[in-house]
Design a protein around this ligand. Structure first.
Ligand code: 5RP
Length: 274
């Protein structure tokens, strides 16, 4: 592995812990203005608390302050919307663009077992070929179609294929027996959060995934749709980087909710005096 590749990976995975808390805000690329991401200004206060931001070039260019210290992993695939056949995805963003945007990684979805699995897996191969010319890490996302069961057998198959084709890290869903998915995959795995669930459940899922060998999270809805997104990021970081339990992390989430509320009340009070 050359310097550029290692250097970029160290901007995603903390060199101290080897793990990462990525904030996924790419949902609009096929879902449109998703709840929590309608106004991307809401994301600004969250960015400093994440190790890496997973985002499309359109949002990066239009809504993100270029002076952020958080690294960027660029979603470079797309094509179909939620109204179409999702597995028709192709590569939408060039490597030149990823380099110009100073991305530390690029990510795309593969659709194992879906209509166009071969096309998306071949696209991953092409993306890796190109990315490696520039020392750019590739994240493969094992997207799961409606008809697919999210069990260890299926997810292990999808993650292993992603790694065999050359992905440098893989994002997948948490499932029972997750250690089997990790064991079969020679590159780091991060988990997506999936649909919004109660905060404690999302933190428990994170704890279980880390205990089973995941190297972090690339979480979206369970962060930005929470009533305390910064608290959730801090809580996830405590689990991922410090090995905190979900119970301990939940206290962090609740605590920073109180301090966020206190801060809002303090500002409201001082506004009343003006
Ligand atoms: C969509 C994605 C999302 O980034 C991923 O699903 C993470 O978001 P969430 O935690 O909301 O599931 O890759 O294909």
């Amino acid at each position: 592995m050359d310097f550029g590749m290692k250097n970029r990976l160290s901007r995603i995975f903390s060199p101290k812990t080897g793990k990462t808390v990525m904030l996924a805000v790419d949902h609009g690329y096929f879902q449109g203005p998703t709840t929590g991401l309608k106004d991307m200004k809401n994301i600004t206060p969250l960015i400093p608390h994440a190790d890496c931001l997973f985002v499309t070039r359109g949002i990066l260019r239009n809504s993100i302050d270029p002076r952020i210290g958080t690294s960027v992993c660029l979603r470079v695939s797309g094509g179909p919307s939620i109204l179409g056949e999702l597995s028709h995805e192709d590569i939408t963003t060039s490597m030149e663009e990823a380099l110009r945007l100073n991305a530390s990684g690029v990510g795309m979805s593969i659709f194992v077992g879906a209509k166009n699995e071969d096309r998306t897996i071949a696209n991953l191969g092409r993306l890796v070929n190109e990315a490696e010319r520039y020392g750019m890490p590739v994240l493969a996302i094992t997207a799961v179609g409606k008809e697919m069961v999210r069990d260890a057998r299926y997810l292990a198959l999808a993650c292993r294929i992603a790694a065999e084709i050359g992905a440098h890290f893989v994002k997948t869903y948490y499932c029972d027996d997750f250690h089997k998915v990790v064991e079969g995959c020679p590159v780091p795995i991060v988990i997506a959060g999936g649909k919004k669930i109660p905060e404690m459940d999302a933190l428990l899922m994170t704890e279980n995934a880390i205990k089973a060998g995941a190297k972090g999270v690339d979480m979206g809805r369970n962060i930005f749709q929470s009533d305390n997104p910064v608290g959730m990021l801090k809580a996830a970081k405590a689990i991922v980087h410090r090995g905190a339990s979900a119970k301990e992390a939940f206290e962090i989430y609740k605590g920073s909710k109180k301090s966020a509320t206190a801060e809002i009340e303090r500002v409201d009070e001082s506004m009343e005096k003006v």
